[in-house]
Design a protein around this ligand. Structure first.
Ligand code: NAD
Length: 359
């Protein structure tokens, strides 16, 4: 059972006060070149593009280096602080980027996601495993302060209990993406235990967001449906109506990531494997929630190869460890996420807000 209230220990409060003072100080004086910077790989992606802006808001623009690859950055990302390109599969390039920018912390978000990985398994291996080893090796060599490695509900497979998937359980995924994520968790834990590197990671559920489209995952339907609902009034979903998966709204994804990185290390019994839950719903329940705001919206279903991937993942996750060890608690559920997504996307698409209440 979850505890209802848990307070932050003195160490984490002290760390946060130091972080606040550094930002406050940096904001007043400008960035001090002796301060260690944060580098985000995969910064142009769905999560990286928003995490970069959140970290710049928190630590000052000059202290957060966005590392993209081939996709051009948005203006907001490009103009709000340093931007470089790095191929994470190239260890020398990565090491040079860390040296050149005096990096102390890496958020390693560059990856090939599940659906794209099934189309090109060797590329998934190269980026997700070679890239990850490069980040860990360079971090060890340069004695970085912290590394964040996102994992995924894709580490689970058909043998895992599905409702909920326990924190400690069978990890036998059937996708190459899932295989790389299991290896990533184990390697992260290994580098923490063997070399004392402060590596932390979460098993993100499907992430729903309004700023950057998702990059080839199995849960992309839960984002696409909003764009199509507003643009065309209809959507053909690539998983069936009964498909239930764990999901999370981007503000909670950013909060979980930063809270874990801020957490008092002495409280952490896990490192790279935290289950984090927020909401779970079927594709049909999501469509129904959207019709509360857009009564004419019609969703139809034509499952493709991604259905099999979705069926191998759990419906819900048990995230008691995240709650107990670093006080995880999400802010958004299906209703509040849907209302906020529609409000933000209407603004982005230049559509007028509805005349009746959208709440
Ligand atoms: P994304 O696909 O939107 O972004 C990943 C980025 O990595 C892309 O911009 C891509 O250009 C970049 N990239 C690919 N190959 C690269 C290379 N060789 N070198 C450098 N960069 C390269 O992914 P995302 O949704 O932002 O996911 C970020 C992390 O979170 C990934 O590790 C992913 O596995 C994990 N995750 C995401 C979700 C989700 O729903 N978005 C769910 C679970 C886990």
């Amino acid at each position: 059972m979850r505890k209802l209230v848990a307070s932050h220990g003195p160490t984490v409060m002290k760390q946060r006060a130091v972080a606040y003072n550094r930002c406050h100080h940096a904001g007043k004086r400008g960035w001090d070149a002796t301060m260690k910077k944060i580098l985000i790989t995969g910064a142009v992606g769905q999560i990286g593009s928003e995490l970069t802006l959140a970290l710049r808001e928190r630590h000052g623009a000059e202290s957060v280096v966005a590392a993209g690859h081939r996709t051009p950055p948005s203006e907001a990302l490009r103009n709000s602080g340093p931007f470089i390109t790095v191929d994470v599969a190239d260890r020398r390039q990565l090491a040079a980027a860390l040296d050149g920018h005096n990096v102390g912390t890496v958020y390693h978000l560059a990856a090939i996601l599940s659906a794209t990985g099934e189309k090109n398994p060797l590329l998934a291996w190269q980026v997700n495993i070679d890239g990850l080893i490069n980040v860990l090796e360079v971090a060890r060599d340069k004695k970085l302060d912290q590394v964040f490695l996102p994992s995924s509900i894709a580490v689970f497979g058909p043998q895992t209990p599905r409702d909920p998937a326990p924190q400690e359980t069978v990890l036998q995924p059937t996708t190459v993406y899932g295989i790389t994520k299991v290896a990533g968790e184990l390697l992260g834990d290994y580098y923490a235990a063997r070399y004392g590197l402060d590596v932390r990671g979460l098993r993100y559920p499907g992430i729903i967001s309004s700023e950057t489209p998702p990059g080839g995952g199995t849960t992309d339907y839960a984002v696409e449906i909003f764009y199509h609902a507003l643009d065309r009034g209809e959507y053909t979903c690539f998983v069936g109506p009964e498909t239930v998966l764990p999901m999370m709204y981007m503000p909670d994804c950013i909060k979980a990531t930063l809270d874990l990185m801020d957490a008092d290390s002495s409280r952490l019994r896990h490192r790279c494997t935290f289950n984090v839950g927020a909401m779970s719903f079927s594709a049909a329940e999501l469509a129904t929630e959207i019709t509360r705001h857009l009564p004419d919206f019609v969703c139809s279903y034509e499952p493709d190869f991604r259905q099999q991937i979705a069926d191998s993942w759990p419906k819900t996750v048990d995230d008691d460890a995240a709650h107990d060890e670093w006080d995880w608690r999400p802010d958004y559920d299906l209703a509040t996420m849907t209302a906020d997504m529609l409000r933000r996307l209407r603004a982005r698409l230049g559509q007028a807000p509805p005349t009746t209440s959208d709440a």
